[in-house]
Ligand binder design. Structure first.
Ligand SMILES: Nc1ncnc2c1ncn2[C@@H]1O[C@H](COP(=O)(O)OP(=O)(O)O)[C@@H](O)[C@H]1O
Ligand SMILES: [Mg+2]
Length: 276
């Protein structure tokens, strides 16, 4: 379990000992990984383990303070992103859906929000209308078309944010807890969508702490702990590893008593797996 890619697709992201700090507070502490084109990857880890920071690094919103981050063989640096041609080409290929949709939504209506990217890219009007309609339908927000995004519920905002990114059909999707605030039906729509990309050329990197969706959304898992990769493997290797998940704070030992006996047992954060 060394984080190396073991198949034939070209490596897309390569991080070597990447570090990042927020005003001196470390968030990534020597993180190394490789992700190949077309892989669907889950980033698992407790709150504060560095998932969102890693996604922002992969989206070149932050740059490593030490170590290196490469995309498609090119080292990502602030200097590189001062070149408008590179920045624009990168932003067309790689897109991030933020954990907090409020960061992402700024247009007066849901339609404007979803149409914003296509308008920037100067797509033909008919294409914009049909692609925006398609993306809104896919995320179940068509009925919210004329509503201001900032007045929607958390789950609705999240679906609008997803639609505004999906409409552009990027090669690389970085999804930060895409299902966290959604109701069960919307959650399974997002999971189905990620599932449909299996075997396609689209690279999908999803941060989550919902273990029950991992098998459906990922071919490979990275477990993060304190800004480093603690383990990587395919879901059937990682998910049954109770010790690892316990250490990474992804499950908790559930202490309770039966009469006079107090004992602990695994407690997965999943409805289907609760058996008390
Ligand atoms: N904007 C920020 N300013 C200061 N510290 C931050 C900021 N964002 C995250 N951190 C810190 O960086 C670490 C990693 O956080 P984050 O990447 O958000 O983890 P996760 O997404 O896994 O919860 C945490 O210790 C967190 O407190
Ligand atoms: Mg986060």
């Amino acid at each position: 379990m060394d984080g190396k890619v073991s198949w034939t697709m070209p490596v897309l992201f390569e991080l070597q000992d990447a570090c990042f700090e927020y005003d001196g507070i470390p968030a990534l502490r020597g993180l190394s990984l490789e992700i190949a084109q077309g892989e669907r990857v889950a980033l698992l880890g407790a709150n504060g383990s560095g998932k969102s920071t890693l996604l922002r690094i992969l989206d070149a919103l932050h740059f490593a303070s030490k170590g290196s981050v490469s995309f498609d063989g090119q080292r990502l640096t602030p200097e590189l992103f001062q070149r408008d041609d590179y920045a624009l080409a990168f932003r067309r290929r790689v897109a991030l859906v933020f954990q907090n949709p409020d960061v992402q939504l700024f247009n007066p209506t849901v339609f404007d929000e979803v149409a914003f990217g296509p308008l920037q890219l100067q797509w033909p009007k008919e294409t914009i209308l049909s692609k925006v309609a398609e993306a809104m339908e896919l995320m179940g927000v068509t009925h919210l078309r004329d509503r201001p995004p900032y007045r929607l519920s958390g789950g609705e905002k999240k679906r609008v944010a997803l639609a505004s990114v999906l409409v552009l059909d990027p090669d690389v999707l970085l999804l930060d807890e895409p299902t966290a605030t959604l109701d069960p039906r919307s959650q399974s729509q997002v999971v189905d969508l990620i599932q449909e990309w299996k075997g396609s050329s689209k690279t999908v990197i999803t941060a989550t702490h919902q273990l029950e969706i991992v098998e459906d959304i990922a071919d490979r898992v990275f477990v993060l702990e304190e800004g480093r990769v603690a383990a990587t493997g395919i879901p059937p290797e990682i998910l049954p590893n109770y010790e690892l998940l316990l250490r990474a704070n992804l499950v908790h030992a559930h202490r309770h008593s039966h009469g006079s006996v107090i004992h602990s047992h695994p407690h997965l954060h999943s409805h289907s797996k609760h058996e008390h």
